[in-house]
Design a binder for this molecule. Structure first.
Ligand code: SDX
Length: 434
């Protein structure tokens, strides 16, 4: 932690000195931990103004639309690096040299297989089960395969857990898809790149060899990089919360997958495509813009707005370019949903409601169209997000466990009944439950 300053909280006769700390970038923080000794708590529903931890992994400047992974701008990593190198950077804090990259890739590649028993977990699901439901269950089940000998205090065992998760998520994700379409699971191919191998496991069959299109492979690899980490978002905070109890890391990642699924978070990409389908034609955009602005209508423009970005999400810019590149490659020059998305963005960014509330497209706005053009069904979009975000989750878990930490246990503002005496059932009168 960098230097610190002082703040004084004055409450009636009470004055409580609080330390103000500065990081290397971003907002200063007021250390409110002394308040509990003064019989006080802070109150911050949704954690709008709360820094829950100290971290050196990812930095976001929401007002300027800046996103750094270990100090490197996302735009430079998305175009100049590849996802496995970004995994190494997030996990280790530095970009690898050629030998370190080769060693890391080899380690990941040799953990891509899942235990044969894992196959049986799929059979409990109906074929039309949402792949995210399967993902939560199967990743959680991995904790049963790596538990007894797992000492999370041992950095080497934490590293092997991280490698296993990064390596196995594409295999499990592709198995979720294959199960849903009734096709045989395809084993990973060690000679292929990370994104190429995933597309192979998704779309190849034992009946014929396929060679994933290199442009689509590159686009998907970039999509993985864009989704790799994002500071203390809801699912990462969930992983940290679960990890703070000392829980098995595979179970912690399963809790992150569950949290990511919601449409306000990682489920937004699937919700964007559903919204574009419902809009159906650019002529109906004004109707949906009006609904998004109507305080009495709980419809929201999916893929718009962000808790932290009050400027254009830098990932959305790269995603829009990637979307265009993929549509060109697959020969779709006039995709109706891309056209609706472009027009929706243009109209919204000129509308005072969105301007005043600083609502800009976020990463989910274009990712669905891009994944759809690659041939990935919409119910797999958040699975792809979870696959990519696993490196971020496991890096935050590792950072927390590898440093002094405490059990996460927030408090509350209690507004319930004051203490009262129990009355036996035969003595109770006019019980009214509101
Ligand atoms: C991700 O946290 C992360 O980093 C997440 C993520 C990551 O990489 O991990 O970036 C990934 O989750 C991106 C966000 C994907 N979600 C969506 O696209 C769903 C649509 N967006 C909204 O649900 C909303 O913008 C949130 C949930 C993303 C953010 O909501 P906040 O910060 O709680 O803000 P808010 O809901 O209080 O909105 C502020 C105002 C409100 O109006 P008022 O109550 O002040 O009058 O803006 C309005 C909202 O009604 N508003 C919208 C809107 N988003 C906010 N109005 C219309 N359409 C929207 N999309």
């Amino acid at each position: 932690m960098a230097d610190s300053k002082q703040a004084i909280l004055t409450l009636g006769e009470q004055t409580i000195p609080l330390t103000v700390q500065s990081g290397t970038l971003g907002a200063d923080v007021i250390d409110v931990s002394p308040l509990v000794k003064a019989g006080l708590l802070t109150y911050d529903p949704g954690f709008m103004s709360t820094a829950a931890c100290e971290s050196a992994i990812t930095f976001i400047n929401g007002d300027k639309g800046i996103l750094l992974y270990r100090g490197y701008p996302i735009e430079q990593l998305a175009t100049g690096s590849d996802f496995l190198e970004v995994c190494y950077l997030l996990l280790n804090g530095e970009l690898p040299d050629a030998a370190q990259y080769a060693e890391f890739r080899d380690a990941v590649v040799h953990h891509t297989l899942v235990h044969e028993q894992i196959r049986h977990f799929f059979n409990g699901f109906r074929r039309d089960a949402h792949p995210m439901a399967i993902m939560v269950g199967v990743v959680g089940a991995l904790s049963a395969f790596y538990h007894d000998k797992l000492d999370i205090k041992d950095p080497e065992q934490r590293e092997i857990s991280a490698l296993r998760l990064i390596a196995k998520m594409p295999t499990i994700a592709a198995m979720c898809y294959k199960y849903s379409v009734g096709q045989p699971f395809m084993p990973p191919q060690n000679h292929m790149s990370y994104a190429e191998n995933f597309l192979h496991m998704m779309f190849a069959t034992p009946c014929e060899k396929t060679q994933p299109d290199p442009v689509l492979v590159r686009a998907l690899d970039r999509i993985f990089t864009l989704h790799a980490d994002h500071e203390q978002n809801a699912s990462t905070s969930t992983v940290r919360m679960a990890g703070s109890t000392g829980a098995n890391p595979f179970a912690c990642i399963a809790s992150g997958i569950a949290a990511l699924w919601g449409p306000a978070h990682g489920g937004a990409n699937e919700a964007v495509l559903n919204m574009l389908h419902n809009i159906g034609d650019v002529s109906r955009i004004p109707e949906y813009i009006a609904r998004a602005k109507d305080p009495n209508d709980n419809f929201r423009l999916m893929g718009f707005g962000h808790r932290v970005y009050k400027n254009y999400d830098p990932r959305a810019k790269v995603m829009r370019e990637t979307c265009h590149e993929v549509l060109e490659r697959v020969g779709v020059h006039d995709d109706p949903f891309f056209n609706i998305a472009l027009e929706l963005e243009r109209i919204a960014l000129e509308d005072p409601y969105f301007i005043d509330k600083k609502l800009y497209p976020n990463i989910d706005f274009y990712s669905g169209i891009t994944l759809s053009a690659i041939g990935i069904p919409s119910n797999m979009f958040t699975v792809i997000f979870a696959l990519a975000r696993t490196v971020g989750w496991v890096t935050h878990w590792n950072e927390m466990i590898g440093n002094p930490y405490r059990l996460n246990r927030p408090r509350q503002l209690y507004v319930g009944a004051t203490q009262r005496e129990f009355v036996a059932r035969d003595k109770r009168e006019n019980v009214n439950v509101n």
